[in-house]
Ligand binder design. Structure first.
Ligand code: F6P
Length: 358
């Protein structure tokens, strides 16, 4: 089979950061350099391409040392802002600057691109690169794990580790005071982080945006588990869960609303912790280093095989690649029939309403 070869490829990170992005950048650079291709890092997602001159970082096998594997964040910088199709024109309006992004890529002599991003970034680059003939491959990353077509996205398992670790700490202080501890975690649309983190940290209640809940039934559950064993109660709430009706007029975090609702119903003191961006920071766990390395290397192989508009994916313990059309139809939601939902139910965790019959 003849291989496609490139003189120069670009790599960029787009969307919210997470742990493991640098492992992908390192692997893309190592694999591409090994083929004799030059690698250019594009800074701040697409934003650096709108600067004059474009903001770039040449990447070589020597510059991406081993310590990049363990470094959090992204050395290239990233953005969740500045839609190139409706870019602020500085006069209070917006302008379509998508052609400028393409022109900058071509002006840099970049012949193919690796885009490390979530489902929003996959959609953005699918649209952005469509008019040009620039081969590109996506690498899924997000602590929300909501990119369709892959079981795991880079950064998710590291965030699960942070949630599990936070619950470990909350458990000891909850036990000392016999309190209910509510931990609000990220996840606007999907509850993967809440579900996996909750199981990792031994939660009694796990709330996900996908599953409606009933505060009275949740309080019954808390009373039941504290009846024979006065014990700490750990509740994990995804940020995208609906605020309890009684709290909707107060502008509080949903976790705080749940804590207040449980406290008033059970008489047990409750506290809320909002974990926030702690979940996105820090060093990746081993799995994300492995996933990031495997994804980065695969992305280069896909380009070398003549592939374009493909996203690398993890399925059944194997690294593969799928058409980006399958990946852009996001976000992916937790399925009520999934293995871990069944696990949580069997562990007696309260997951909300409507899952009992499954
Ligand atoms: O999409 C990932 C995510 O971590 C969401 O769970 C969260 O709501 C959001 O990013 C926060 O983004 P920002 O960095 O813009 O506050």
């Amino acid at each position: 089979m003849t291989e496609t070869t490139f003189r120069k490829i670009g790599v960029l990170t787009s969307g919210g950061d997470c742990a493991g992005l640098n492992a992908v950048i390192r692997a893309v650079t190592a694999a591409a350099s090994g083929r004799g291709w030059q690698v250019v890092g594009l800074r701040k997602g697409h934003l650096g391409l709108l600067e004059t001159p474009p903001e770039i970082m040449p990447l070589t096998a020597e510059t991406v040392r081993v310590d990049l594997l363990q470094a959090g964040g992204t050395i290239l910088g990233t953005t969740t802002k500045g839609d190139p199709f409706a870019y602020p024109d500085g006069l209070g309006g917006v302008a379509d600057r998508s052609r400028d992004v393409l022109a900058a890529i071509q002006g840099l002599g970049i012949e193919a691109l690796v885009v490390i991003g979530g489902d929003g970034s996959m959609r953005l680059f699918d649209r952005l690169l469509a008019p040009a003939n620039i081969p590109w491959v996506g690498v899924p990353k997000t602590i929300d794990n909501d990119v369709p077509g892959t079981e795991f996205a880079v950064g998710f398992v590291s965030a699960v580790d942070v949630v599990g670790g936070a619950l470990d700490r909350l458990a000891t202080t909850a036990a000392s005071h016999r309190r209910i501890m509510v931990l609000e975690v990220m996840g606007r649309d999907s509850g993967f982080l809440s579900l996996y983190g909750g199981i990792a940290g031994g939660a009694d209640v796990i709330l996900m945006p996908e599953v409606p809940y009933d505060l009275d039934r949740m309080a019954d559950h808390v009373r039941r588990i504290t009846h024979d064993r006065p014990s700490p109660v750990l509740v994990v709430v995804a940020e995208g869960v609906a605020q309890p009706a009684e709290e909707r007029r107060k502008k509080a975090n949903v976790g705080l609303g749940i804590a207040r609702g449980l406290e008033s119903r059970t008489g047990i003191d409750a506290r809320c912790t909002v974990l926030g961006h702690v979940q996105r920071g820090g060093s990746p766990v081993a799995f994300d280093r492995i996933l990031g390395s495997a994804f980065g290397a695969r992305a280069v192989s896909v380009l070398a095989g003549g592939g374009t508009k493909r996203m690398v994916a993890w399925r059944g313990g194997l690294v593969t690649d799928i058409p980006t059309t399958d990946a852009v139809a996001g976000p992916k939601f937790v399925s009520p029939d999934s293995q871990l939902v069944r696990t949580a139910r069997r562990l007696g965790i309260y997951l909300g309403e409507g899952l009992e019959a499954r």
